[in-house]
Design a protein around this ligand. Structure first.
Ligand code: HEC
Length: 413
């Protein structure tokens, strides 16, 4: 249905939209089409309830140029796909995968194929609509009762009044000569201009303008520096409504967010009733470290085994398996040489050999200078086990001939 815009109708006069001729059979339609075609009309169309063989040549319809447009779109898509991949893979972010060249066409085929198909399909769809002047919300032929039969058992030709050759008399007599079963004048009753309604035009303009806003915001965020917190649509992921420890509040009379234990509260888990066992100090003191294991701790092979295991999990990464301060973390940090790195102390320093056991327990629990405490990860029991193994480690590196039983010393020489 090819037709073009008709100027707005001025009130009073009834403009002719087209002449509509009805035919009983496909053959009659084809004969009529040939006559109209030969007369040289351009703005006219044939309507039938089903595809009629030979109607295209009879109407003089030339093949559409859509295939060529689609070919162009497909080639553009393929080119874009290739250029994008080569640009990204070979220049923006050169990355060798399985030893392949940075740009290898076989690897790019799937994506280039996809972009080819994508642009072709969208162009076919969009091109079909545009070339056929669609979408068309109203057509004057719809007002003709007779015309409804175009979907049932009748065949029609409509010659539009915009055609250069259109002439009330000549066109009518041409159609009469094709022996139609009926001939009607179709009035142009389109009241409004076929242009889009104003509100929609303004809406589209505003939407187009607004669609640039997110892009502009992203571009701005990439190229400006700010100390403001970032733009947050759903802020409750970052800023939860909660009290943080050590912060003030107006809710409680004493203005503290952290509540003191209710009088009479009994601690359940880390109940520090025994200063020796839980803190490694003589009862009632803060820095008089005990030099022996607390009474409830028993030394045996199983304890040593677990102590070693815990040491290798929690201490060896920094202090090294043998305790010389050369664990993986320490070595890696040295290699990177970033910022200030304080090397883990060698556990075989003479100074440490004389420290009481409680001192090590305290270091593990509370940390020392740059070393963090491990109380939250290692239970009290395990801390003592680590101290046991640590002591054994120190001893193992400071052995002397006197440590070997007298009757076996001969074997050393
Ligand atoms: C994250 C690395 C790291 C881990 C894990 C670590 N330490 Fe340390 N440790 C250090 C550093 C660093 C120092 C030196 C701190 C300083 O001098 O500021 C240190 C110091 C020490 C000291 C010497 C204290 C002193 O008086 O100088 C002892 C003892 C010690 N650690 C024991 C342990 C034990 C036992 C563990 C396992 C529970 C452990 N460390 C786990 C990094 C670590």
């Amino acid at each position: 249905m090819a037709h073009s815009k008709v100027p707005e109708r001025t009130s009073g006069d009834t403009k002719v939209y087209s002449y509509l001729a009805e035919y009983p059979t496909p053959q009659a339609l084809i004969e009529a089409c040939k006559a109209v075609r030969d007369a040289g009309y351009k703005k006219w169309d044939a309507y039938s309830p089903f595809p009629v063989h030979g109607i295209d040549p009879a109407m003089g319809i030339r093949p559409t140029i859509l295939p060529w447009i689609v070919l162009g779109a497909g080639l553009t898509g393929m080119l874009l796909g290739l250029v994008m991949q080569i640009g990204l893979n070979a220049f923006d972010y050169p990355w060798i995968i399985s030893g392949k060249p940075l740009w290898s066409v076989p690897a790019f085929v799937p994506v280039a194929f996809e972009t080819t198909i994508l642009l072709s399909a969208l162009t076919t769809f969009g091109g079909c609509l545009v070339l056929n002047n669609l979408p068309d919300l109203y057509h004057p032929l719809f007002k003709k009762k007779r015309f409804a039969k175009a979907t049932d058992d009748k065949f029609f030709i409509s010659i539009e009044s915009d055609d250069k050759l259109f002439d009330e008399q000549k066109t009518k007599s041409l159609l009469e000569r094709t022996h139609p079963t009926a001939l009607e004048t179709v009035e142009d009753d389109r009241k409004v201009n076929s242009a889009l309604p104003r509100p929609i035009v303004y809406g589209l303009l505003i939407a187009t303008f607004l669609s640039f806003v997110p892009m502009a915001r992203i571009a701005q965020a990439r190229y400006t520096k700010t100390t403001d917190p970032r733009f947050n649509l759903v802020s409750n992921m970052d800023y939860q409504e909660k009290y943080k420890s050590q912060r003030g509040t107006s809710f409680f009379a004493d203005k503290r967010t952290m509540r003191p234990p209710i009088p009479g509260t009994v601690a359940q888990d880390t109940l520090a009733l025994d200063d020796r066992y839980s803190r490694g100090v003589e009862p009632g003191t803060n820095d008089k470290f005990i030099s022996d294991f607390p009474p409830q701790f028993s030394v045996n092979a199983g304890a040593m085994q677990r102590g070693r295991e815990r040491f290798e999990i929690y201490c060896a990464p920094c202090h090294g398996l043998a305790g010389y301060g050369d664990g993986m973390v320490a070595r890696r940090a040295e290699e990177l040489a970033e910022g200030t790195w304080v090397a883990p102390t060698s556990l075989h320093e003479p100074r440490l050999a004389n420290e009481p056991l409680g001192y090590f327990y305290n270091v593990i629990s509370n940390g020392v200078r740059n070393m963090p405490g491990y109380a939250s990860q290692v239970t009290e029991e395990d801390r003592w086990l680590i101290v046991l193994y640590l002591r054994a480690l120190q001893r193992s590196q400071a052995g002397s001939v006197d440590d070997v039983p007298a009757d076996q010393r001969g074997a050393l020489r």
